[in-house]
Design a binder for this molecule. Structure first.
Ligand SMILES: [Zn+2]
Length: 577
């Protein structure tokens, strides 16, 4: 995985983002045999399935199409039946009685980080621990449950939340884990807490000098306490064993299984290396891809060779495809890395950082165009967005733009006169509705009241004819797609703030929001003929919900629960799988 790239992408606002990336790369837990953990996902067969007694919603080009029953053949939608039509009885068909529940197309997350989510799930999670003791209790339980891990890794502690606000120390951790090294990252990723075994392995003693850009916290006698700040962390981190293929496969599968349980039938993995792609292929061969993966290859020197070999066509019954390249034009707003055309409102003289020169970005677009790749560029600041639009304008031909559907990932802060350029240049905006509601206060501090008019400006983009796609950017945000639907429709955070919604003129309708996470996301992956709207001929990827998305009060959208997720007509989550 591309650590630099992930660092850039993971700092999109909230304070603990650096941390996600740092640990993602460090992860390499030695794992139990994985075969027994995997769920078998059989390929589609000739079986006919009848889904009946549902409040179903399919998507036509310009409207929502209700249905009461659906016939599925060989994993694909054969017919949708309205409530007026009798459900035929088909010999040998298996029947799913929806008991009046709601059916929607399977949701798609157009921007997430699968490996990083899986890696987080394989570490001890210390976020929200209210006392040192609570954090230690979680470590104790995790260590007991993961006896074969050579290292105990974790993340998310924050001593500021603990009584006394004291940094923890190695001795406290030694009392829980003494037999192997333990490394626990602080919530912001800027410090690690380690045990004595880790200090010993790294050879850190009283005489070890602080490295430049870092600090080894010490007691009154000069002895290291077990907390290493910033670059001092690498003294321990460099001793972590590298991830094995088995580690990566387990992390990918763990994440995909979680996503399936959340109602996602597909995900666009926003920046992977070729090794992760190979692991996806292995999972595919083993029939262990519960949901569909549209992979973006992270730009790197190594990736340039893969680009020249051409895109990877769909495999495993359309469960894996890699025809997009991911690049990072700038940083994030929270850390003031997003590139702005004018100074930050809260830091005079600072405009963030472009990570490619205009010429480099244009060259990358040209390369992608030449070899038939979609190029998806992370751009958060208005300068990042403008330079990326410029690169698409000059690097791709008009025909390539039309065919290859270039995307700007995030498209968070856009100069108002650049908004129509997205439509004119056939550039899609891949947005994350929850970023708006997580970032809203911070964003306005960073860019002020004028520029905020072009920030998270979904309605302005739509009105300008720009095609959108919706995602979450998990694990920076929660992967639960209903939080994204809720944020898109209400522009409120989960506490319901602000009461009328943040810049409510930018709200989307429920149908528009649903399309972001279904048919629009499918379009952004060239997949609209195969998935996303439950039209006949498409894969029967759908979810059963506990309430009617179109009928409940909008403040309850974030509480919707998925009862089951189906991919190609087969249940991949929930009870009775
Ligand atoms: Zn991302």
């Amino acid at each position: 995985m591309n650590r630099v790239a992930d660092n850039r992408d993971y700092t999109s606002g909230t304070d603990n983002n650096d941390f996600d990336s740092a640990l993602g790369d460090l992860m390499s837990i030695r794992l139990l045999a994985i075969a027994t953990l995997f769920v078998v996902c059989a390929p589609a067969d000739a079986q006919t399935v009848v889904v009946k007694n549902v409040h179903g919603y399919a998507l036509q080009a310009n409207r929502v199409e209700p249905f009461a029953a659906m016939l599925i053949r060989e994993g694909k939608v054969d017919r949708l039946l309205s409530s007026e039509v009798a459900v035929p009885s088909i010999a040998g068909a298996s029947v799913i009685d929806g008991r009046g529940q709601t059916v929607l197309p399977g949701l798609l997350d157009a921007h997430g980080h699968v490996l990083e989510l899986g890696q987080q799930r394989l570490q001890v999670d210390l976020r929200g621990s209210a006392t040192l003791q609570q954090a230690l209790d979680r470590v104790r339980k995790f260590a007991a449950d993961h006896k074969s891990n050579r290292w105990i890794l974790g993340r998310g502690w924050n001593q500021v939340l603990w009584p006394g606000k004291q940094f923890p120390n190695a001795a406290q951790l030694d009392a829980i884990v003494a037999d192997r090294p333990a490394l626990l990252s602080r919530v912001d990723g800027h410090a690690i807490w380690v045990n004595s075994a880790a200090l010993k392995l790294a050879g850190i003693t009283s005489t070890t000098p602080d490295p430049s850009g870092g600090q080894i916290l010490r007691d009154a006698s000069g002895k290291p306490t077990g907390v290493l700040v910033d670059s001092a962390s690498t003294l321990v981190e460099r001793h972590l064993p590298p991830s094995t293929d088995v580690d990566i496969k387990l992390a990918l599968h763990t994440a995909l299984t979680e996503l399936a349980n959340l109602g996602l039938s597909g995900v666009h993995d926003a920046g992977i290396d070729s090794r992760s792609y190979r692991m996806y292929q292995e999972l595919g061969r083993e029939q262990q891809l519960p949901i569909r993966v549209y992979a973006m290859l992270a730009d790197s020197p190594e990736a340039r060779e893969v680009i020249k070999a051409g895109p990877k066509p769909p495999q495993f019954e359309d469960r894996l495809e890699m025809r997009a390249v991911k690049a990072w034009a700038d940083g994030a707003l929270g850390s003031r890395g997003a590139a702005l055309l004018e100074d930050y409102s809260d830091r005079v003289g600072h405009r963030g950082t472009m990570l490619y020169t205009p010429a480099e970005l244009q060259l990358l677009a040209k390369l992608a165009g030449k070899y038939g790749w979609q190029l998806n560029v992370h751009a958060i600041g208005d300068a990042g967005n403008r330079r990326t639009l410029d690169a698409f304008e000059r690097g791709y031909t008009a025909e390539q733009r039309r065919l290859l559907r270039p995307r700007i990932e995030h498209a968070q802060v856009i100069a108002l006169n650049d908004i129509p350029r997205f439509a004119k240049l056939d550039v899609l905006a891949s947005i994350q509705p929850t970023h708006a509601t997580s970032d809203m206060n911070m964003a306005e501090d960073r860019i002020g009241r004028e520029r905020i008019k072009g920030a998270y400006a979904w309605r302005k983009l739509k009105d300008a004819g720009v095609r959108l796609a919706g995602g979450s950017d998990f694990p920076v945000e929660f992967a639960n797609p209903f939080l994204g639907l809720y944020a898109a429709v209400t522009r409120k955070d989960r506490e319901g703030q602000p009461p009328g919604g943040w810049y409510p003129s930018e709200k989307l309708t429920r149908e528009e929001a649903l399309r972001l996470f279904t048919s629009d996301a499918a379009y952004a992956a060239h997949d609209e003929a195969r998935v996303g709207s439950l039209q006949p001929g498409q894969w029967a990827d759908f979810i059963l919900l506990d309430s009617d998305y179109f009928d409940i009060p909008e403040d309850q959208i974030d509480d919707l629960k998925v009862i089951a997720t189906y991919v190609a007509g087969k249940q991949v989550s929930g009870k009775g799988k």
